[in-house]
Design a protein around this ligand. Structure first.
Ligand SMILES: Nc1ncnc2c1ncn2[C@@H]1O[C@H](COP(=O)(O)OP(=O)(O)O)[C@@H](O)[C@H]1O
Ligand SMILES: [Mg+2]
Length: 272
């Protein structure tokens, strides 16, 4: 289904992703872990063609993704929806309109200009919001919602594209533990019920273990682990994070990047 072969991205002399190679034969939920700077975001950005690869190949259901141009590239980007840590909603716009933005690629610029949407699309947007438990907020401005609700709006916008793959770049890194759980459960449900592939960069080991079928560990641009959550032992995690004696089971990329934030997360986790 997905084949990644020697995928490489260099920024000058810095190799952000170094010959990444793996295959996926069915729509799994995959977590990518690794400390800050390991290459996780760059990998997702290459997959959805936000950035060009330096070399290597990426095939999805036979499509040579890195070679797509023009309309074919836009069709792929529609099949491969992206969710970000900071939600990327239009804050002053209402929730339904934000969700309807997920259909923009398929609409004329004139209709977009006048904010005219087909009735069927509006119904579908509300159905999707309902499925995510936030239909009651449909008419509110996005900025009036909590972080967890806004991330669910972003997921709804992604679903509007009816994507085959959902790429999520640290989707819960800005959320409190309760909302983080709600958002991860939503992604898991979308994966299980719709059979969509989900690839999520995750900043905690724990989340990857709990929600993913498969975990890929990156270190310095290279894939240093690819296996099941069960195979992700403390020793393996230590190797992925490149941590020394200070490493603990709670280690995350956040912890290594920012000890204060990590302590807050740890305390919040205890609360839940
Ligand atoms: N646009 C860019 N220009 C130059 N270097 C970049 C750019 N984006 C990422 N990098 C570098 O590539 C490496 C991997 O970054 P990134 O993919 O963001 O890692 P992660 O998401 O795992 O934190 C880092 O060394 C980072 O500094
Ligand atoms: Mg990143």
């Amino acid at each position: 289904m997905l084949t990644v072969e020697n995928l490489t991205k260099r920024f000058g002399s810095n190799t952000a992703v170094d010959k990444a190679t793996f295959t996926v034969d069915r729509p799994l939920m995959i977590g990518i872990i690794g400390r800050s700077g390991a290459g996780k975001s760059t990998f997702l950005r290459m997959m959805n063609r936000l950035t060009d690869a330096t070399s290597g190949r990426l095939l999805f259901e036979g499509r040579d993704v890195l070679a797509l141009r023009g309309a074919e590239k836009r069709a792929w980007q529609s099949d491969c929806a992206m969710i970000f840590q900071q939600f990327n909603l239009v804050p002053r716009m209402d929730v339904v309109s934000n969700v309807l933005h997920g259909t923009l690629a398929q609409r004329s610029s004139l209709a977009t200009l006048f904010n005219v949407y087909p009735r069927a699309d509006i119904h579908r947007a509300i159905d999707i919001l309902d499925r995510l438990g936030i239909a009651a907020h449909a008419a509110k401005r996005a900025e009036a919602l909590s972080g967890g609700q806004q991330q669910r709006v972003a997921i709804a916008r992604a679903l509007m594209q009816d994507p085959k793959v959902i790429l999520a770049d640290e989707p819960i890194a800005s959320l409190d533990p309760m909302n983080a759980q709600i958002v991860m459960e939503a992604l898991r449900r979308i994966h299980e019920e719709d059979g969509r592939m989900v690839i999520a960069n995750l900043h905690t080991l724990d989340t990857a273990r709990r929600y993913c079928d498969r975990v890929i560990g990156m270190r310095d641009g290279r894939i240093v682990f690819d296996g099941t959550p069960e195979q992700l032992t403390t020793g393996v995690a230590r190797d992925i994070y490149g941590a020394g004696a200070e490493f603990s089971e709670n280690a995350t990329s956040t912890e290594i990047r920012d000890p204060v934030a990590a302590e807050e997360i740890r305390q919040a986790e205890v609360t839940v």
